[in-house]
Design a protein around this ligand. Structure first.
Ligand code: HEC
Length: 203
């Protein structure tokens, strides 16, 4: 009995010490992962704009590249492979599915592919989504699903720069399902359900 109590006390002490060290490592001053390493893979994979011959257009695309890398597009519009984002399919979508009482939405393919990407949209179509979430068919994606309420505060120049950059990406054929407007029940108090571990695209 005595040995058992001793072992139990020792286990408790070890667990407390390990737990305390884990806590220390996870509070900001000792956090061992540099914040900028989150999403760094996607950032470094951003295709460069060197291929654009016109220097003025190249400079605009470079601005769009910086914006797209840094204001959240990559987090949602990635394409997931078996080991996380597939960096060869930059911004080809399908990496996030968002459900709520407003329906089910999958992030779209932003590469300039004709059948499945943004090549079928005009520049104004793309800018309208960034400004107000309104699609050519008239549906409006909720701003909690695609954060256009934030992007509506970009300047026209910035929105244009993003479009110029998206048009310079290597096209990837990756079909994304159309949204469904059937309400999806969520636990009380939840605004949305977000899924992000698979490729939610069709092919
Ligand atoms: C929180 C997730 C999220 C973020 C962040 C996000 N989007 Fe989206 N986006 C979506 C979803 C979901 C859709 C699909 C909506 C639908 O089908 O109605 C979408 C749709 C779009 C479309 C419409 C594509 C088409 O086929 O017409 C464009 C363009 C777009 N996003 C660009 C961007 C850009 C550029 C950024 C960064 C500035 C961005 N998105 C950031 C979730 C996101």
């Amino acid at each position: 009995m005595k040995t058992f109590l001793k072992r139990a006390a020792l286990t408790l002490v070890i667990l407390t010490v390990v737990g305390f060290l884990a806590f220390l490592y996870n509070i900001p001053p000792l956090f061992w992962i540099a914040p900028e390493t989150f999403g760094a893979d996607m950032r470094h994979a951003a295709p460069p704009v060197d291929g654009i011959a016109d220097p003025a257009r190249r400079a605009i695309a470079e601005r769009g590249r910086t914006l797209a890398m840094n204001i959240g597009c990559t987090g949602c519009h990635a394409t997931n492979g078996p080991q996380g984002p597939d960096l060869t399919k930059y911004l080809a979508g399908g990496g996030t599915k968002i459900v709520s009482e407003r329906g089910t939405y999958v992030t779209r393919n932003l590469t300039p592919d004709f059948a499945t990407g943004l090549a079928r949209r005009t520049d104004d179509d793309v800018k309208r989504v960034l400004r107000s979430g309104t699609f050519p068919d008239g549906h409006v994606v909720p701003y909690t699903t695609m954060p256009w309420a934030n992007f509506s505060h970009l300047t026209e120049e910035d929105r244009h720069a993003i479009v110029v950059y998206l048009r310079s990406l290597p096209p990837v054929t990756h079909k994304i399902p159309e949204p469904s407007f059937e309400p999806v029940a969520l636990p009380p108090g939840a605004v949305e359900g977000i899924f992000g571990l698979k490729d939610y695209g069709i092919n």
